[in-house]
Ligand binder design. Structure first.
Ligand SMILES: Nc1ncnc2c1ncn2[C@@H]1O[C@H](COP(=O)(O)OP(=O)(O)OP(=O)(O)O)[C@@H](O)[C@H]1O
Ligand SMILES: [Mg+2]
Length: 295
């Protein structure tokens, strides 16, 4: 175990040297979609948000990082042949494990491979890092759909990413759990920026009230600004689409949830997200921070 930890530390420090010398290249923005409470609509939001961004001309890779409960493929009614597992085992390269889902949306199925990420040899990790960096140059966004809550694995993804979109519903338990997630992530890594996505609301007013509650507490106790990215209406079409195994924005493009998601995607693309900062961002920052916590 200590050998592996030593190998990882060496890998991280050699990455430091690389980062200092590497020319600045295009790198995708790394986003995680998370929540405190489960079942609040993360996977449906992530999938339809990714499709909406794609329809706006953005290059998006969706990564199912919900360990053990991966279901982006189920929401699209596709059966992926390969997953991260095959990349980690060196059986396939990254372009081979990227599956095309609805409307040719590129995605990587998580599945059992995710757990193996935590026991990789240095050589395997090096291969994985190089492969991920390579794909990152071709993408505008890499979006991770994570599991709910404060599991160690999920937190590692969130703290390594540039931004976390926190999904909550108006339920008090969902709101307090969302705040708990933000608080824990912030205590681990100050660089992650957050935006709120309020799901299953009656109208914009309800969404703003929910977002205000979280923003206010975060501002007072954590000295953080957490804006609301947007909201999604409570809409029976979402469940119908899940049953049909077709993303709701494709199955029912005129429904209110679909209109909401397009509005959110348009806002996301229009407003510049990157604040230049001292620390590493993009995939290099992600791998750097992620590896630092792999011990
Ligand atoms: N805007 C909405 N309107 C109505 N129902 C919704 C909405 N969003 C989600 N749902 C319902 O909630 C269910 C759970 O959604 P989803 O699987 O996206 O949640 P999740 O946060 O990813 O769950 P988990 O924490 O288990 O990963 C959906 O199958 C759907 O029935
Ligand atoms: Mg989910």
């Amino acid at each position: 175990m200590s050998d592996q930890a030593q190998a990882l530390r060496q890998l991280v420090s050699s990455k430091d040297d690389l980062n200092l010398q590497a020319p600045v290249r295009h790198s995708a923005r790394i986003i995680t979609v998370s929540s405190g409470k489960g079942g609040v609509g993360k996977s449906n939001f992530t999938l339809n948000f990714a499709l909406a961004l794609k329809s706006l001309g953005q290059k998006v890779l969706l990564f199912d990082a919900d360990i053990g409960m991966a279901n982006i493929d189920v929401l699209m009614g596709v059966r992926p042949k390969y997953s991260l597992y095959h990349l980690l085992k060196g059986e396939k390269d990254i372009s081979e494990i990227i599956e095309l889902g609805t409307h040719s949306l590129p995605f990587i199925a998580g599945g059992s491979g995710m757990a193996d990420l935590f026991t990789l040899s240095e050589a395997d990790l090096n291969y994985f890092t190089t492969q991920i960096e390579q794909i990152s140059e071709e993408m505008d966004y890499i979006i991770f759909d994570t599991g709910a809550g404060l599991s160690k694995e999920t937190l590692k993804f969130i703290v390594a990413a540039d931004e976390c979109l926190v999904v909550t519903t108006p339920e008090p338990t969902s709101i307090t759990d969302a705040y708990a997630l933000i608080k824990v992530v912030h205590s681990m890594e100050k660089d992650v920026s957050f935006q709120l996505m309020v799901n299953r609301v009656i109208d914009e007013g309800e969404a703003s009230q929910v977002a205000d509650k979280i923003s206010l507490v975060a501002s007072r106790f954590l000295d953080m600004k957490i804006p609301m990215l947007g909201y999604m209406s409570d809409d029976a079409h979402v469940m119908q689409a899940v049953k049909k195994q077709v993303p709701f924005s494709i199955a029912f493009p005129g429904c209110s949830a679909a209109q909401d998601i397009y509005r959110v995607a348009m806002k996301y693309v229009e407003v510049p997200q990157f604040q230049p900062r001292e620390t590493l961002s993009g995939i290099k920052g992600f791998m750097h921070k992620w590896l630092k916590r792999t011990k």
